[in-house]
Design a protein around this ligand. Structure first.
Ligand code: 9MG
Length: 289
């Protein structure tokens, strides 16, 4: 039987990210229209780097090892944003955070220009919901030298939830991610810089999301760290009837379920509550069964 070798750490610019314990990635949206916390970091209609620093520091103090800074809303139905608008939102925040927070700064972008500029300002990771499919993204990401999260999405944010269709969602996500790993390697990005993400909620029905979560260990079997984002997503609304601001308990439960099924990194809004839940899991794992 093949034994999957799991990586124990990842070099993220000048910081080492250890996978000895599950990693929490805190979400920092610089968008005015994000689905759960849009506009929170705005003062007088502009992104406020000091407010971003306060929010990031609070997440780091609560247990986040990565802060994911995004300037494009990818909620279902979101309209595309110009690269310039995305850069204007994200770069001042990356510049303010890098060197000031004790965490890796990840940049959630598909834009090659933003990848390069953010890396030059001190970002330590790239998170691309389009898996480096935009023209020039493979080369830009390669040249940053940073680790990259490749995520699966069916369609685009503006239309992806209208009628997602799969034969077998797990097989198709796996096939797509393998192809993107191969494309990355062909472009000169070594496999040991990559993380994989099934893209919960990105062109998936509730049934698709549940099936992916149930079979997450198959994706973990690829031997690359798995990053999973389920926090406050619409499947929770569909299954509980809860509004986006009432989804903390279910979000924490899903983070725990994902880690139990092989996720190395959980992308969350509610860092402190997630850290407490993961501490309970870690305590349980110290007991011999
Ligand atoms: C930006 N973004 C929103 N949801 C996400 C998810 O589930 N995974 C990743 N990698 N990025 C996400």
């Amino acid at each position: 039987m093949a034994v999957t070798q799991r990586r124990s750490a990842l070099q993220c610019a000048d910081r080492l990210l250890s996978f000895q314990a599950p990693v929490i990635m805190g979400v920092l949206n610089t968008t005015p229209d994000s689905f759960s916390d849009g506009g929170r970091l705005y003062t007088d209609g502009r992104p406020d780097p000091d407010a971003a620093l306060d929010a990031a520091s609070a997440m780091v103090n609560a247990g986040a090892a990565i802060i994911d800074v995004g300037g494009e809303s990818t909620r279902p139905g979101a309209e595309p944003v110009s690269v310039q608008a995305e850069m204007d939102r994200v770069l001042p925040v990356v510049e303010r955070l890098a060197g000031s927070v004790d965490a890796i700064i990840s940049v959630d972008t598909s834009s090659p220009a933003l990848m390069c500029e953010a890396a030059a300002l001190g970002a330590g990771m790239l998170n691309d919901v389009r898996a480096l499919m935009r023209e020039g993204a493979l080369e830009a990401a390669r040249d940053t030298g940073l680790p990259i999260c490749l995520m699966h999405m069916q369609g685009s944010p503006s239309t992806m939830q209208s009628a997602p269709r799969y034969g077998d969602v797990v097989d198709e996500v796996l096939t797509f991610l393998r192809a993107r790993v191969a494309a990355s390697e062909a472009a000169g990005i070594s496999r040991d810089r990559l993380l994989l993400d099934p893209g919960f909620g990105f062109g998936k029905s509730v049934a698709h999301n549940l099936r992916l979560l149930a079979h997450l260990s198959r994706l973990a079997g690829e031997g690359l760290p798995l990053l999973v984002g389920l926090s406050r997503k619409s499947l929770i609304g569909a299954l509980t009837g809860r509004d986006v601001h009432e989804r903390l308990p279910a979000s924490v439960a899903l983070a725990l379920l994902a880690v139990q099924r092989g996720a190395s990194v959980v992308r969350v809004h509610d860092v402190a509550a997630t850290a407490d839940a993961l501490a309970m899991l870690a305590a349980l794992e110290t007991v011999e069964s």
